[in-house]
Design a protein around this ligand. Structure first.
Ligand SMILES: C[S@@+](CC[C@H](N)C(=O)[O-])C[C@H]1O[C@@H](n2cnc3c(N)ncnc32)[C@H](O)[C@@H]1O
Length: 292
């Protein structure tokens, strides 16, 4: 399938009045249809507590799957609302330069106040920004390789690939281990996903897990930190999910496998597993006596 391009990336409205794109390459929207901006704020910026962290003089952000740049824009907005002097170092990882460029061409970042749209327009065109309060780099290419070039300790990591069945290469044990190594000791990693396989891969990387509210999606998201204190706990249902076959993680030993190879490897491991079938867990929690 041809990569998403400027002509194929056309704004589609979402439930909160903000716009997203639909990827013809991955067969999925870039954001929740309930609200693209709402998702950036409630699944990424609020869970990583950036408004509190912004009291520091400087912060480092890692935006994995930069896309239209909404997570970065919402983060800069939240940080500078609290501390306009906070210096932000931002790294965006993105496969396809046409995505951020199309967002700029359609004026989609203009919902945030200046200097955010002008700075991120420069980032989309030049892949780098050097300003008083912002140093940013857009690392173009496969995030599996780009992440290895970064020697950083991020205060917040946004993990926002397409869903695991569509883009398993960015949810594997091996990739998430590399991601975790770039998380500062007091930093937070947020993702919209509550997949048991993703949560298991994050916990294999040594991170403690919490659940973020199901704003704008049917399911909760995930927040991960090195220290478990103050994390919003997983519900009993979510904890049990981590003991089913759904928790068998995606693997990509050399960080070079295709989507099909990664999916096939996991399916094989699931077929051979003695863990509880996920359908049984699902039926248990759907029963009238389950309390949900
Ligand atoms: C769900 S969208 C991200 C939305 C984005 N965070 C935003 O706020 O607009 C996923 C993004 O991942 C990018 N992508 C897909 N595969 C990738 C890869 N292997 N490495 C880096 N980026 C990738 C896609 O081009 C797309 O822009």
């Amino acid at each position: 399938m041809a990569p998403d391009s400027l002509p194929t990336l056309q704004p589609q409205p979402t439930g909160d009045g903000s716009y997203t794109f639909v990827s013809t390459t991955f067969g999925e929207a870039f954001h929740s249809h309930y609200g693209a901006r709402q998702e950036a704020e409630h699944k990424f910026v609020i869970p990583t507590a950036l408004a509190t962290a912004a009291q520091r003089p400087q912060l480092c952000l890692l935006d994995i799957c930069y896309g239209l740049g909404y997570n970065s824009a919402a983060a800069l907005h939240a940080i500078w609302a609290v501390n306009p002097q906070c210096h932000v170092t931002l790294y965006g990882l993105e496969l396809n330069a046409a995505v951020p460029q199309a967002a700029i061409a359609h004026g989609l970042l203009n919902q945030w106040p200046d200097p955010i749209p002008t700075a991120l327009a420069h980032l989309a065109q030049q892949q780098a920004v050097e300003r008083d309060r912002l140093q940013a780099k857009l690392c173009l290419g496969d995030a599996r390789q780009q992440i290895q070039t970064l020697a950083i300790q991020a205060d917040a990591i946004f993990l926002d690939p397409f869903s695991p069945p569509r883009c398993p290469q960015l949810w594997t044990v091996e990739f998430l281990a590399l991601v975790a190594r770039r998380l500062a000791p007091t930093g937070s990693l947020a993702t919209y996903s509550c997949s048991a396989a993703v949560r298991r891969a994050l916990s294999l990387a040594g991170l403690a897990l919490g659940s973020t509210p199901a704003v704008g999606r049917r399911s909760p998201g995930t927040i991960a930190r090195w220290q478990p204190q103050d994390l919003p706990p997983l519900s009993p249902q979510e904890q049990e999910h981590l003991h089913t076959r759904a928790s068998i993680p995606y693997r990509d030993p050399n960080l070079t496998d295709t989507t099909a190879a990664i999916l096939a490897r996991r399916a094989q491991e699931q077929a051979a597993s003695s863990l509880e079938p996920t359908s049984r867990w699902k039926a248990r929690w759907q029963s009238p006596h389950s309390g949900v």
